[in-house]
Design a protein around this ligand. Structure first.
Ligand SMILES: NC(=O)c1ccc[n+]([C@@H]2O[C@H](COP(=O)([O-])OP(=O)(O)OC[C@H]3O[C@@H](n4cnc5c(N)ncnc54)[C@H](O)[C@@H]3O)[C@@H](O)[C@H]2O)c1
Length: 353
C-alpha cells in the first residue's frame, strides 16, 4: 500500500529523533515529504541532513499535495492553531503532547477533524513501546491478580539546565504536569482504563528560573505554571492511583516511576518516557523481583511509532492507537488536577460522548 507522506512543522530539539526514525526504521511504512520551521535555517539544516524538501512556512507545507499527515512538533502554544489549519485543509494531524493547551481548543480540534473526516493523533507514543506493552500483558494475564492501586512519580529539577530554549517549559501548556505528565497518565490509562475522578494540589513555590544551558545561559524565565503537582486518580475499574509531577526536586529520590499493586503481586513499570524496560514483578511469597523479558522489538527510542501506526491505520481503515481521543482524556485529567486544586473539590471526568 502507498506510503503516507508526512510533513514536519517544527525542526527543534525533538525533531531529530522523529526524522531519524521516520526516514530510517519506519521508512517502509511512511515517507517524510516536507519540513518547515519559522526559523528557516533550522528547517534547511534538517532538510539537508535527512534529504527532505524544505518549505518556507507552515502554511506552504500544509498546502503541499505530498503531505497527507502534518506532524506538529512546535511548542504547546503552537499545537492548536497549526493543527486546526491542517485539519481545515483536509490533512490528518499528529501533535506532540499536550494535544492543546485548553480543553475547549482540544474539543474543537477533534470535532473539526470529525467534520472533515481526517484523523487526529497525539504523542506520547512511548506506551506502544516494549516496556508498557509488556507491563500490560502481565496485568492482563493476571500475574498481579486484580489491580487495586498505583503510584506514579515524575520528579526532577526542571529542564533549564539541558534544553537550548527552555522558557516554554514554564509557560501555560507546559510545567511538569503538562510537559511530562502525559507520559505517566497515558501509560496509567493504557494499563488501568478510564479515569472517572481526580483531586489534586498544585503549587508554584518559585516565580523565576535561570537558564543554565547554552546558548541562553543566565536568562531569567518568568514561571507561569505550577511546578509541583500532587494528585489522586479514581479509575472506572475501582483502582486508585497517586501521582506527583515536579520540577522542584533538586536531589533525585529513589521512588519508582510507576508501581501497580494487585491482590497477588506488585508490578514495577519502567520509565514511561522511554520505550524499554526493565519490567519487574514480585508476587506474594516470591523472595525477589523477577525481570520480565520484553515482548516486542520497540525498546529503543522509537518516537514516530505512533504516527506510523496512524498512517497504517488510515490505509487499513482501522482505529489508530495514539489517538486524539486518548490525548483529550489525558488533557481533561491534567486540567482536573488544577481545577481540584483551585476549587478545593474533586473533579469528575465527564463521560465520553
Ligand atoms: N525536547 C524534548 O526532549 C521533547 C521530548 C518529547 C516531546 N517534546 C515536545 O515536542 C514539542 C517541541 O519541543 P522541542 O523541545 O523540540 O521545542 P523547540 O523549541 O526545540 O522546537 C520547536 C520548534 O518549533 C518551531 N516553531 C514554533 N512555532 C512555529 C510555527 N508557527 N511555524 C513553524 N515553526 C514553528 C520553532 O522555531 C522551533 O524550531 C513540544 O510540544 C514538547 O513538549 C519535546
Amino acid at each position: 500500500m502507498a506510503r503516507r507522506g508526512i510533513g514536519i512543522i517544527g525542526t527543534g530539539k525533538i525533531s531529530g529523533i522523529y526524522l531519524k526514525n521516520l526516514t530510517g526504521r519506519f521508512s517502509k511504512q511512511v515517507q517524510v515529504t516536507a519540513v518547515a520551521d519559522q526559523h528557516r535555517e533550522s528547517a534547511e539544516e534538517a532538510g539537508a541532513l535527512y534529504k527532505v524538501p524544505v518549505f518556507p512556512d507552515a502554511a506552504a507545507l500544509i498546502a503541499s499535495p505530498d503531505v497527507d499527515i502534518v506532524l506538529n512538533l512546535t511548542p504547546p502554544q503552537g499545537h492548536y492553531q497549526i493543527a486546526l489549519d491542517a485539519i481545515r485543509a483536509g490533512k490528518h494531524v499528529y501533535n506532540e503532547k499536550p494535544l492543546c493547551i485548553s480543553r475547549d481548543q482540544a474539543a474543537e480540534l477533534l470535532q473539526t477533524a470529525a467534520d472533515n473526516k481526517v484523523r487526529v493523533g497525539c504523542a506520547p507514543d512511548t506506551f506502544l513501546g516494549a516496556g508498557i506493552q509488556t507491563s500490560r500483558k502481565i496485568i492482563n494475564d493476571g500475574w498481579i491478580g486484580k489491580p487495586l492501586a498505583a503510584v506514579a512519580f515524575m520528579m526532577n529539577a526542571g529542564p533549564e539546565n539541558w534544553h537550548p530554549n527552555p522558557a516554554f517549559f514554564y509557560k501555560t501548556g507546559a510545567g511538569p504536569l503538562f510537559d511530562v505528565g502525559p507520559y505517566y497518565l497515558t501509560a496509567l490509562i493504557h494499563l488501568l482504563g478510564r479515569v472517572t475522578r481526580v483531586s489534586g494540589s498544585a503549587i508554584m513555590p518559585v516565580k523565576t528560573r535561570t537558564i543554565g544551558s547554552e546558548p541562553l545561559k543566565g536568562t531569567v524565565i518568568d514561571v507561569e505554571v505550577p511546578t509541583h503537582v500532587a494528585g489522586t486518580l479514581d479509575f472506572a475499574s475501582g483502582v486508585v492511583a497517586t501521582i506527583i509531577t515536579s520540577f522542584e526536586i533538586r536531589v533525585p529520590s529513589q521512588l519508582p516511576w510507576i508501581d501497580i499493586y494487585g491482590t497477588e503481586g506488585t508490578l514495577q513499570v519502567p520509565d514511561p518516557n522511554t520505550f524499554g524496560g526493565p519490567v519487574l514483578l514480585k508476587r506474594i511469597n516470591n523472595e525477589s523481583w523477577s525481570e520480565f523479558p520484553l515482548l516486542s522489538e520497540h525498546a529503543c527510542d522509537c518516537r514516530g511509532l505512533g504516527i506510523t501506526d496512524m498512517a497504517e491505520a488510515i490505509n487499513e481503515g482501522r482505529p489508530h492507537l495514539a489517538s486524539g481521543k486518548l490525548a483529550y482524556h489525558v488533557l481533561d485529567v491534567m486540567h482536573g488536577f488544577y481545577d481540584a486544586s483551585s476549587s478545593g473539590r474533586s473533579y469528575k471526568i465527564k463521560k465520553d460522548k
